[in-house]
Design a protein around this ligand. Structure first.
Ligand SMILES: *Cc1c(COP(=O)(O)O)cnc(C)c1O
Length: 396
């Protein structure tokens, strides 16, 4: 089928929930993807911070192939080895003692919200159920997670929302402290806000939030669905702050493109769940676990956290040079390879022109260009992307 026919078939039969770019992608390898017409693109979107090892990474492909031939799915009525192995690796490499597996970021956050409520119900008292979340946050598209998301545009038309959520501005300790009541059971935040525009809090913010949680005996939930798995130059972004959350959620890059999510917690919190409290048919299925095991192993074996930090610094420095040449760049910010350019103008035209020139980037909140390339990109890839941006921004 040609490009036009595929797009028409999709538009006719798929619900109208996405505004898509008018290209049809058919192949990916490393940091590149190709469309059905054979045009090549440098991919600085990575399926929205998902394919951190690049497309079709050989180790992940081999693991999925081998597992598919052996055992794909049996449900959680039984034990399987790939699930046990991944749980052990995540526990060994994080603050957490226990893992619950699911299939997406929203599901991981649903599980986190349920665990926080269950823990509070069992150990803190009947009336502690409220969660404080941040304005401009993003936690997913289910009913509980749009409620947790502090952006009205995601909630509009879907009321009534879930009870028990309040919102405060990110990076505002005073507002957070005043929002805590005797009903509060936890604070949920992204260590760096992703969809909200790559918003990085002040250096001491997370540590102060941790201290506040301890003082009020409430839980800290870190949504690391986007920041996790090496994106910011550490395996998990909370590590930059020297503190640890009580609960953490992962998804996006966990399986390098295979749909998989996880919710992690300390033993103290995890003990609130017992058999029957929460479940997922597909959660932790051998195929997803094979992909995630291979992904985590590759990040470690190839030293990608260091590569990410180095390449991120280089990319930031290159964008700051670009900022000197283009007045439309208001601010350049980022950590590791989670990087943004805040513009004075709408970003849509720039994104479209980059696409025409063979560079995939995306835009959050209208005026912020976001770059989340694979962690394996080279300096040349960065140079090429910056050169395309330079051309596109000329005269704007
Ligand atoms: C993408 C994202 C989610 C939602 O993940 P889905 O897999 O789309 O459900 C939740 N939280 C954060 C921080 C995200 O970036």
């Amino acid at each position: 089928m040609n490009e036009k026919a595929i797009m028409a078939l999709a538009d006719e039969n798929i619900m109208n929930t996405y505004k898509r770019f008018p290209i049809v992608l058919v192949k990916g390898l490393g940091q590149k993807v190709w469309d059905v017409e054979g045009k090549e693109y440098l991919d600085f979107v990575s399926g929205i911070a998902v394919c951190s090892l690049g497309h079709s990474h050989p180790q992940v492909v081999a693991a999925v192939k081998q597992q598919a031939e052996k055992l794909t799915h049996v449900s959680n009525l039984y034990y399987t080895e790939p699930q046990a192995r991944l749980a052990k690796k995540l526990v060994d490499n994080s603050f957490a003692d226990k893992v619950f597996f699911c299939n997406s970021g929203a599901e991981a956050n649903e599980a986190a919200i349920k665990l926080a409520r269950k823990y509070a119900h069992e150990y803190l008292g009947e009336n502690k159920f409220e969660l404080i979340t941040m304005k401009d946050s993003f936690h997913g598209r289910t009913m509980a997670t749009i409620t947790a998301t502090g952006q009205e545009k995601f909630q509009f038309g879907f009321t009534p929302l879930l009870e028990g959520f309040t919102y405060v501005p990110f990076n505002d300790l005073g507002a957070l402290e005043s929002a805590i009541t005797e009903k509060t059971c936890g604070i949920m935040l992204e260590p760096i806000q992703g969809e909200g525009g790559v918003n990085i809090p002040e250096a001491q913010y997370l540590a102060a939030v941790r201290e506040m949680c301890d003082r009020h005996n409430i839980l800290l939930i870190a949504d690391e669905v986007q920041t996790g798995m090496g994106r910011t130059g550490r395996l998990f972004a909370y590590e930059h702050s020297g503190i640890a959350p009580d609960i953490m959620t992962l998804a996006k890059a966990l399986g390098n493109g295979f749909p998989v999510g996880a919710m992690l917690a300390t033993n103290k919190i995890a003990r609130a769940f017992s058999p029957g409290n929460h479940a997922s048919t597909f959660g932790g299925n051998p195929l997803a676990m094979a992909a995630a095991n291979a992904t985590l192993d590759t990040i470690m074996q190839e030293g990608l956290l260091n590569v990410c930090r180095e390449r991120g610094e280089y990319f930031l420095a290159s964008l700051r040079k670009l900022q000197v040449r283009h007045k439309i760049i208001k601010e350049v910010r980022g950590m590791g390879l989670m990087i943004a350019c805040a513009l004075t103008i709408e970003g849509a035209d720039i994104v479209n022109e980059c696409l025409k020139k063979g560079l995939l980037i995306n835009c959050t909140g209208g005026k912020t260009l976001r770059f989340v390339p694979p962690l394996i990109i080279s300096q040349q890839d960065v140079n090429l992307a910056v050169a395309i941006l330079d051309e596109v921004m000329e005269g704007k």
